[in-house]
Design a protein. Structure first.
Length: 567
């Protein structure tokens, strides 16, 4: 390696007064040669909390081999993950979005405290991906992001299924459209391997973002979790971070720019990706000091064609994308049509355009050509109006109609709504409103897949609409609008809606309105919004005190300040 003076880790290893520090390192089995090399953190969210993360330890071991082969000393550590699946539809979901901040904070704490010279990040489940990317942006050390990969789809009665089918199957049993025995068979079939959910839900969406934004090695996003090629990919990640360290870049803040963030938005729109990206991309931008809001996201969504036919709105899953050439196929198709910034720098040192130059053309089925797009604009739309003046998100991919009008049916929490949905005591034509579930009001901004999948499984997916200041899973489908901003707890208009108020939704015009005059809204606001949340303690108390609005990423600190060691 080159000049050791440039290694941040020398502050822990060099000099007489670092004798005790070196003793600790020797206690971990390091010798003089290992101590003299740069230290590279290899962080994962490995554990048995969710199938997404269960293959990460083996991938981290391979990355360590790559670091060592390229002249570094790897230092493995782990951080938390919260399973959205297991925390769904109960109070545990309040900790899902909170975990994104904990992940970013904990990785920062370890890397800064130990002065590691570089970082290889492995993540695989919903909030773990943006959490790791936020940490990379905040730390700005040589870093490579690696997605752990998706699970293979299951097979049920001759068709591919994912865990979403089991959620919707519960509703189908309630309506008599499926037997409990069939649902049990589906439960056993829908998730046959470790890995993240197979559809274009949040994990796969943010994995594609990592490639489109340039933080990940090309070809990494759609490779299934259980494929042996992941070992070679992980080794390459370890080698790549050493090359970045030796070359002095590109660093995360060289890679994460306004143009690369626009590229990330475009890949979400083109694939009908998770609405959660509208929350995570502003948060990543915040870490590098860029003001990139839901307005910026909306602008890119509106100009990007939807070309990938992926679940939940479409037919295919991550494995299908891998088999036709990976996310590089989508990137190249968008680049050729002028929808991406090909000059953006990536972690390989090459541009985005260079990385995908040899990618195959769209197959015409899983991914269409731009002239033959599924729709001319993206699969996700940002709605605005007097009900959500700072925006709300709707996934339109797969919707049969882009308009809806109906009376409000208001609930003060997810639990209140869930009881009514389980009893099927709601009417078609209603706009179900679930409030007090935003980042601050929840707190924690729960996602509503339990409710939305049940509604869809009951055959009511597009016969009602649902509006919330909470979140939706990337697996949600139907006329479901989330992330309503401002939220009720921040005096948003969603807190003023009453049963029977007429709500109009027009995704083509990107509007959402409640049929109330400005004077009536002002009169209701003057009466105040009744808080529903009880006293808090622990992590939720700290989160509620710090968290900002959803349209700005629901972040918990003031932005990109240069830390003392970075000066």
């Amino acid at each position: 390696m080159g000049d050791p003076v440039k290694y941040r880790s020398r502050i822990t290893t060099d000099g007489l007064d670092r004798t005790p520090h070196r003793a600790f390192l020797r206690g971990m089995g390091l010798d003089d040669a290992a101590i003299a090399k740069p230290f590279i953190g290899v962080v994962t969210t490995a554990g048995e909390m969710t199938p997404c993360n269960m293959g990460l330890a083996e991938q981290a071991a391979a990355a360590k081999i790559g670091v060592e082969a390229a002249g570094g000393t790897p230092r493995e550590f782990t951080t938390i993950a919260v399973s959205d699946g297991l925390s769904m539809n109960h109070a545990g979901m309040k900790f899902s979005l909170v975990s994104r901040e904990i992940i970013a904070d904990s990785v920062e704490a370890v890397v800064r405290a130990h002065a590691y010279d570089g970082l290889v990040c492995f993540a695989a489940c919903d909030k773990t991906l943006p959490g790791m990317m936020m940490a990379m942006a905040r730390l700005n050390v040589p870093a490579v992001f690696t997605y752990g990969g998706s699970a293979l789809p299951g097979t049920f009665r001759g068709r591919n299924v994912t865990v979403l089918d089991s959620y919707e199957g519960v509703g189908a049993v309630m309506t008599g459209d499926m037997t409990e025995a069939d649902l049990a068979a589906l439960e056993h079939a829908c998730l046959p391997t470790v890995g993240a959910c197979a559809g274009q839900f949040t994990a796969n969406t943010m994995a594609m973002v990592s490639e489109a934004m340039g933080l990940a090695i090309p070809g990494s996003a759609m490779l299934p979790a259980v494929y042996s090629q992941r070992q070679a990919l992980a080794r390459r990640a370890g080698e790549t971070v050493m090359a970045v360290l030796e070359d002095g870049g590109p660093l995360p803040r060289d890679i994460i720019t306004r143009k690369s963030l626009e590229n990330a938005c475009a890949i979400v729109a083109a694939t009908g990706g998770s609405t959660n990206a509208g929350l995570h991309l502003p948060a990543i931008a915040h870490e590098v000091g860029l003001a990139f809001t839901l307005d910026d996201v909306a602008e890119v969504f509106a100009r990007t064609p939807h070309i990938a036919d992926l679940k939940p709105g479409g037919r295919f899953v991550a494995k299908d994308v891998f088999e036709i050439g990976g996310v590089q196929v989508v990137i190249k198709a968008l680049l050729d049509a002028g929808h991406l910034h090909g000059e953006c720098l990536t972690v390989t040192g090459a541009t985005l355009a260079d990385n995908v130059a040899a990618a195959p053309d769209p197959d015409g089925s899983v991914v269409r050509s731009v002239p033959n797009a599924i729709s001319a604009t993206g699969g996700v739309v940002v709605l605005r109006g007097n009900l959500c003046p700072d925006g709300a998100l709707l996934k339109v991919a797969g919707l049969s109609s882009l308009t809806f009008e109906g009376p409000a049916l208001v609930f003060e929490s997810e639990e209140d709504c869930m009881r009514v949905v389980q009893e099927r005591s709601y009417q078609p034509g209603s706009v179900i409103v679930i409030r007090n579930e935003g980042p601050k009001g929840g707190p924690g901004m729960r996602e509503m897949l339990g409710v939305t999948a049940l509604i869809y499984g009951q055959g009511m997916g597009e016969k009602v609409a649902l509006l919330t200041d909470g979140r939706f899973s990337g697996a949600t489908r139907g006329m479901c609008i989330g992330y309503a901003s401002p939220e009720a707890a921040m005096n948003g208009a969603i807190g003023l809606v009453r049963n029977g108020d007429l709500i109009r939704i027009d995704a083509a015009a990107a509007t959402i309105e409640v049929d109330l005059t400005e004077d009536e809204l002002a009169n209701r606001a003057a009466q105040g919004i009744k808080p529903t949340r009880g006293p808090l303690a622990g992590a939720l108390e700290k989160y509620a005190a710090l968290v900002g609005p959803a349209n700005l990423g629901a972040v918990t600190h003031s932005g990109n300040l240069v830390w003392e060691r970075d000066k």
